[in-house]
Design a protein around this ligand. Sequence first.
Ligand SMILES: [Zn+2]
Length: 333
Amino acid sequence: MTQETSDYKLCIIVGERSAERAPQNERTEMYIPATKDYIGALEKSGLTASDTKTKTLVELKEKSLEALTMYAALCGLASRTLDCEVHGVLCRFVNIPQSADSVPARDQSNPPEDILIVGSAPGVGMNFAQMLETENMVRIHNAKKVVLTGEFIANPSISGEEFLALVQNMMLIASIRQKPSASRYPSLHVSTTHDVADLTKIQQGDTSLLLDLEAIRKEGGKIRRSSRTDDRTELMSPVDLTMRQRVLMEAAEVNIEETLVKLHSYRNQDTGLWRCSRPQNHRNGDANPSSHVDDNKVRCYKCDLEPLDPLRLVMETLNISPDDAATWLLSTK
Ligand SMILES: [Zn+2]
């Protein structure tokens, strides 16, 4: 964490929680996993748009498409492009008001492109510096759709520097394409192979190789709208909501095995597996325990699509809200 990031009041860390992290003064930190189910993770986090009204930093600790997806969704929730930290570097969103307005946008000799591919890959070349050239800024601003190619192509183990470059490119495009009324994020070209023919397909409108960050941003925005109708959100101040998050986070960190015992589950001493806390879902009441505990999460292979932390486990087992589950977990230990 650099010195200049010290004035952020809320820091949302995307990635796995780490225990050895030094706490920052006067700053709320919350972890959110990088996952394909970004909507589920956002809803579970308890984070609301009110929370992000404060000076907010997103730290992309994990370097993955899922982390970038979560970032776009968080920006949608906050309804602005949040500053972020990647690989120890602070990336700020800058408004570039002069981008296209200084040049006639409806120049007949230069009609807006339907799909403009930028980034660095074989067959395309528009790097960060080139995007800042006036002519290219106009193209990027006016294009109906911008696709960013490069770092994630055939590159499953992306490095910190490469991920930083990708985020910087994405934020620059978002800055250039920003309209007074709306953000417009690029789509990301993702592929496991390095095939020049991909670019032709994309130009022809094939979206199968694209991750639409703008669509993800809008999905994040839907949570913002739906949370407005949430009574608790309406009645609580942002400070209280932060306290609520803390309670939810604390509840999610209760020991999973103690939680299982409290839910009348038990461990099979021979196999080390736990009886499902929802035996009614099993034909034989899970007589031969089959739930697996790992990393303070439990997963029943019949009931759960993914491992559940204590909070989720209690919500699913007792069929209660996150807040009620937290109360249940943190009382009468
Ligand atoms: Zn089960």
